[in-house]
Design a protein around this ligand. Structure first.
Ligand SMILES: NC(=O)c1ccc[n+]([C@@H]2O[C@H](COP(=O)([O-])OP(=O)(O)OC[C@H]3O[C@@H](n4cnc5c(N)ncnc54)[C@H](OP(=O)(O)O)[C@@H]3O)[C@@H](O)[C@H]2O)c1
Length: 424
């Protein structure tokens, strides 16, 4: 028995890193029923590649694509505009769209999905989260039979590259420069290191996995810029490393979500991601934890996800149910924290810290002080029992006024294994 496959004519918008890799795969593999017919880019003449077969039409006029018999538009330009306008216009014209644009899908995905359905078209975005790792199809198909209750992910390869290098002893500024040299980080690294890129991806995953449509701005985002090499030394004492973690969880009727650096147990698969790799842990009510891991970015891995979506459309891929209304963030994670202090040593420091914490009902768990530092510039770490970030911040506001502090204290949440968290 043969499976029926539609014949699709495909246009690529944006012949950059991902767009050219998609063209390369389509030209090499020639998937059944899929024909690349148009490539669109500004100043297109400089983009022409001799390995693209001659019938493919190169254009710098988007209207040519709209007026053509193309069935599927691959939006590989990025950003909210003009990419968003082109996606809307393609869908309005009844063409299906495949995109790798996490920002567009995080901010306008639901509206675009509705538009696609009203036109009998598809909107697929498997490449928008974790590049070549099939997390989105995994959630939409493989895990559709479970009730997902939590997602924890390393969703930004740039941050993972920086933090896994810092784990070896380097300082943030040096590794950022190295990442920029490799092309892993933009000249302005804000989107990556301050957490906005991971936040957009978390919004998309929460929608698909938790059926929660969260406004990106509601998710608290913390930068990795303040993490320093000494934080890794103390992380080791705790059997942990530090990673940028994007997490969302259903708790009762509420959704909790955050993005930022966390201490992660070395026993967790989230600690095993090195370099630009991504890892996503999905916790299901019936099936337990499932881990997706691999290359979260790069032209070829991302292009694989785009081409897989096009093949999905050719095979009649069906859309999944999406949340019908917005979900507000309802509360905070209660976790253990580790707080790093650097002080000019004098009697009474621990007593004063303990008092400020106790005033907020926070219990000290342990105190760590590594040997080898002088009293005039002494780092030490205090870990505390589970509490909300906002409660800890109140205590730290008071502690921050202590005159012995040589720099602002730095706190990290500790992501413990799920079984240990339940007992708190
Ligand atoms: N690269 C990755 O590893 C990766 C991973 C996952 C998802 N993505 C997503 O994939 C999408 C594409 O990323 P990319 O890395 O391939 O970007 P890119 O290399 O910068 O490619 C974008 C292409 O679009 C063209 N373009 C930009 N603005 C345009 C405009 N106004 N009119 C016409 N053409 C325009 C650019 O032309 P010029 O050459 O003239 O600038 C370039 O050829 C983005 O949404 C990104 O977030 C990328």
């Amino acid at each position: 028995m043969s499976v029926s496959v539609s014949n699709l004519k495909v246009a690529i918008l944006g012949f950059g890193t991902v767009g050219s890799s998609v063209a390369r795969i389509l030209c090499d593999l020639k998937p059944q029923g899929i024909e690349l017919t148009h490539i669109y880019n500004r100043n297109v003449a400089r983009k022409r590649a001799e390995w693209v077969p001659s019938p493919v039409h190169w254009t710098e006029d988007f209207e040519t694509i709209l007026a053509s018999d193309v069935n599927v538009v691959l939006e590989l330009v990025g950003g909210l505009d003009p990419a968003g306008t082109w996606v809307r216009r393609a869908l309005e014209a009844g063409k299906s769209v495949v995109t790798a644009n996490k920002k567009l899908i995080a901010f306008h995905g639901i509206e675009l999905e509705k538009l696609a359905r009203s036109k009998g078209a598809h909107l697929l975005y498997g490449a928008a989260v974790a590049g070549g790792i099939p997390v989105i199809p995994g959630l939409q198909q493989g895990l559709a039979g479970d009730q997902v209750t939590r997602i924890e992910g390393i969703l930004n390869g740039t941050c993972n590259f920086i933090l896994s290098k810092m784990e070896e002893g380097a300082e943030f500024a040096d590794v950022l420069r190295e990442a920029q040299g490799h092309g892993y980080a933009e000249a302005d690294p804000t989107e990556d290191v301050d957490g906005y890129d991971a936040r957009a991806k978390l919004v998309i995953l929460s929608r698909l996995a938790l059926r929660a449509d969260i406004d990106p701005e509601q998710i608290s985002c913390r930068s990795i810029r303040e993490v320093s090499a000494i934080d890794f030394e103390y992380a080791r004492e705790l059997g942990c490393t530090i990673r940028q973690i994007a997490r969302a969880e259903l708790r009762g009727g509420d959704v909790l979500a955050s993005v930022g650096p966390m201490l992660v147990s070395k026993a967790s698969p989230l600690a095993w991601s090195r370099g630009t790799e991504n890892t996503v842990l999905v916790g299901g009510r019936y099936g337990g934890d499932v881990v997706f891991s691999g290359h979260g970015a790069g032209g070829h891995p991302t292009a694989v996800a785009v081409v897989s979506d096009v093949i999905g459309i050719a095979h009649g891929s069906r859309a999944v149910d999406l949340p019908s209304r917005k979900t507000a963030i309802g509360g905070e994670f209660l976790l253990r924290h580790s707080i790093r202090f650097v002080v000019s040593d004098q009697p009474g420091i621990i007593a004063e810290i303990a008092l400020a914490l106790a005033e907020q009902g926070i219990n000290i768990h342990a105190i760590f002080q590594k040997p080898g530092y002088g009293k005039s510039n002494l780092p030490f770490v205090v870990t505390v029992e589970p509490c909300a970030v906002s409660t800890l911040q109140r205590a730290l506001a008071r502690i921050g006024k202590m005159t012995c502090l040589l720099e602002k204290q730095f706190d990290l949440q500790i992501l413990e294994p799920e079984e240990d968290r339940i007992s708190h």
